[in-house]
Ligand binder design. Structure first.
Ligand SMILES: [Zn+2]
Length: 432
């Protein structure tokens, strides 16, 4: 649509503060594999962790059994819609907030939910809640019905305290500052929301913004076929978060020094009982709060492309990851008739950015050498490959690199294998 399109162009070329889109790896990957014995210690003294010196009732089997039982009842209460059962083990002071979370999870519509104590971690005393109060690291495993192919790992921290012989949930953010817990709150922790659903899509919006949710569902319905055609891949469904709350968007989700307009945040699924191996099973799209009303089919096509490709692996270089997403976005733009605008873009990239192109924009070079035009340069490289060699070969090349280590020898071999090209020859061909 014209209006949508102009909004995009304003973002791209006039505002200067270019906000685009990146693949954001949530911090969970690095931290999730951290072991309890790798906790930072404050001094040079011999490494001792709470695990090595259990004291009081930190590992009391009765307490652990009761906490596990509460967690099980809590998950069952959400799945079956039993609020009294959900609140039965929640301290009075926390009830209002927990009830909002319960309502949000019900609105989201879960196919499965479970909470697992991360048993390798020792419970941490929380004296502010009383003598017998401990914070536990909890794996929350959430699968949104019709969206997630597998439960997503959400690192949580819950504090339980003994009250009159029973263990109750007394707080849910005592570990929020810990590096191995999440940086970005989940949408269900940010106050009441609404969920607008379409075929294969769920959009989370503030309660007063259902109309924007419906608009995003319509825009997504146009973006999805474009992504499927180009990638030959698709997710079972996709979750889009379009909240007004600034906390819904991680400040680290930036590109070229500007906040991204939207990100495809990776969804991790736990692979083993020890919960130290994960794989990417999808992505959720988080839209920057200030962009939520302007985001449309083109940016969604870009992000959905990331979501479709992410489960393949993390080895593809930045120019290919961003260039392919840009290619899909721009192809949709062309299909919708905005050819003159695209021709303008090509012209200015050819004039300003391509003369500077000497190497393919891998990490570091991506913003370093080409800055805000990195996306455009990468688009032209991928477009050249698609035009010259066809989509199936570009997809095969992407797939192979994604599964491989991010390494220059691997990239050189793949360029030779799929296109009979060297990097130098590819750069020269794009500049012609
Ligand atoms: Zn991107």
């Amino acid at each position: 649509m014209g209006g949508e399109f102009r909004a995009r162009r304003r973002v791209l070329w006039i505002a200067g503060a270019v906000v685009l889109a990146i693949v954001a790896a949530a911090a969970t990957w690095a931290v999730a594999v951290r072991r309890p014995d790798e906790r930072p210690v404050s001094s040079g003294s011999p490494v001792t962790t709470p695990a090595a010196t259990p004291s009081s009732d930190e590992g009391d089997p009765k307490m652990l059994a009761q906490v596990d039982a509460v967690l099980k009842a809590r998950a069952a209460a959400v799945l079956t819609g039993k609020l009294p059962q959900f609140l039965a083990h929640v301290d009075t002071k926390l009830r209002a907030r927990q009830q909002v979370q319960y309502t949000n999870l019900r609105k989201l519509g879960l196919r499965s939910l479970s909470y697992r104590r991360e048993a390798r971690w020792v419970p941490e005393p929380q004296a502010q809640h009383g003598k017998k109060a401990y914070a536990f690291r909890i794996m929350m495993l959430v699968q949104v019905a019709g969206i997630d192919p597998a439960p997503r790992y959400v690192p949580a921290g819950l504090t339980f305290a003994e009250r009159g012989g029973r263990w109750l949930l007394v707080d849910d953010d005592d570990l929020a500052a810990e590096a191995d817990r999440r940086n970005t709150p989940e949408p269900w922790d940010l106050g009441p929301f609404e969920v607008v659903r379409g075929k294969g899509i769920a959009v989370i919006v503030p309660p007063s913004e259902r109309a924007n949710g419906r608009r995003l569902v319509r825009e997504a319905a146009i973006a999805v076929p474009a992504v499927r055609t180009a990638t030959r891949r698709s997710q079972a469904g996709i979750l889009v978060i379009a909240l007004s709350n600034k906390r819904s968007f991680d400040p680290e989700w930036a590109t070229g020094g500007h906040p991204a307009a939207a990100v495809a945040a990776l969804n991790y699924t736990v692979l083993n009982a020890e919960a130290n191996q994960f794989k990417v099973t999808g992505s959720r799209i988080v839209i920057h709060p200030s962009e939520r009303r302007d985001t449309g089919r083109f940016l969604l096509a870009h992000e959905f492309t990331h979501a479709a490709m992410a489960p393949l692996g993390r080895g593809a270089p930045t120019w290919l990851v961003e260039g392919f997403a840009e290619y899909v976005e721009k192809k949709l733009t062309a299909d919708e008739g905005h050819r003159r605008w695209l021709a303008d873009q090509r012209r200015s990239l050819r004039r300003e950015a391509l003369p500077k192109l000497t190497v393919l924009p891998i990490d570091g070079v991506f913003h370093g050498d080409y800055d805000d035009q990195s996306y455009g340069v990468s688009w032209l490289i991928v477009e050249h490959l698609v035009t010259t060699y066809g989509l199936p070969r570009v997809n095969a090349f992407y797939t192979e690199l994604a599964k491989s280590p991010d390494d220059s020898d691997v990239r050189d071999r793949a360029l030779a294998k799929h296109f009979k090209l060297t990097e130098t020859a590819l750069v020269a061909a794009v500049k012609r």
